[in-house]
Design a protein around this ligand. Structure first.
Ligand code: NCD
Length: 297
């Protein structure tokens, strides 16, 4: 695999090999075969987990980092274009990880760069490495993905994590229910795509009922992508996971979230043993180590 821009670039066989390698890298010290290589992380949007886990993954593999600490410290404030920035960084680094608010920006970078480009989120479009972490976590905790009943809850319109994950789950044969306010439903084209490619029939619901659910995957309302921030706050309050909404759920239900969470999960839910999102965030390191090993190896 050269670039990882969209989950559509990923084949099930490749993803499965990444999960296997992540298991190995999580259980013993990593080989330092990539020592001397340079990874550039270009983040034009805020990030905690993605940036830091890429940094940790690189450090554990012996890869050196080239990071613009903040866009304000770079020539971008002088008006340098994204195109020029990519061309320059491509001349320095062996791989580029990019997060940018513009949909399609990672594809543009991949087309421009000679070296591999990994999409760490392009606007509301795609976040393929997060999806590999999500699928890895489900597979590790539930020992399978095929046949699992997964409910995706929250902002299905603007969240790139949800767009990538729906495709990944369909590829692995999960049963999927989408739960969101009417205003934040998943775009029809994505549903048609997974039906055509994988024969997946996705259930749509607006009820917070998780009785036959094995995995509850929640994301925050993507306030920064709303034209009206007050609308975001209103919708947030309608779709909130509380201990009450988990009544009747299976004992072995797991709750995942790409994080950050804001107010879509009540704080008392954090104490539930169903919550596995902090563990999921930790798996970001071995999964990203496996991705870097494959792409940069
Ligand atoms: C997500 C993102 O940036 O899309 N965060 C992450 O990478 N773990 C989720 C979000 O911001 O809601």
């Amino acid at each position: 695999m050269k670039d990882l821009v969209s989950i559509r670039d990923v084949e099930k066989r490749w993803a499965t090999s990444i999960f296997k390698l992540a298991d190995e890298l999580d259980s013993k010290p990593a080989p330092r075969k990539l020592a001397g290589k340079v990874l550039s992380t270009l983040f034009f949007e805020p990030s905690t987990r993605t940036r830091l886990s890429f940094h940790t993954a690189a450090a554990r593999l012996g890869i050196s980092l080239l990071d613009i600490e903040s866009v304000g410290d770079s020539s971008i404030v002088k008006g340098e274009s994204l195109v020029d920035t990519i061309k320059i960084v491509d001349g320095y680094a062996d791989c580029i990880v990019i997060r940018h608010p513009l949909e399609g920006s990672a594809r543009l970078a991949a087309d421009l760069a000679q070296h591999p480009v990994i999409n760490a989120g392009d606007g509301g479009n795609q976040h393929p490495t997060q999806t590999l972490i999500d699928l890895y976590t489900m597979n590790r905790l539930k020992k399978k993905i095929s046949g699992l009943h997964v409910s995706l809850v929250g902002d299905l319109k603007y969240a790139r994590t949800m767009h990538s994950l729906l495709y990944g789950l369909a590829m692995f044969g999960a049963e999927i229910t989408l739960v969101s306010p009417k205003e934040l439903q998943m775009e029809k084209a994505i549903l048609e795509e997974v039906k055509e490619k994988f024969g997946t029939k996705v259930r749509i619901s607006n009820e917070m009922n998780f009785r036959d659910c094995d995995v509850l995957y929640v994301c925050r309302i993507q306030k920064e992508r709303f034209a009206d921030p007050y609308e975001a706050v209103r919708l947030q309050q309608e779709f909130r996971i509380t201990l009450e909404s988990l009544k009747g759920a299976k004992d072995d239900l797991i709750i995942l979230h790409p994080l950050p969470k804001v107010d879509e999960i009540a704080p008392e839910v954090d104490r539930s043993e169903k919550v596995r999102y902090f563990e999921q965030a930790r798996y970001g390191v071995p999964v990203r180590m496996a991705i870097l090993s494959d792409v940069m190896g």
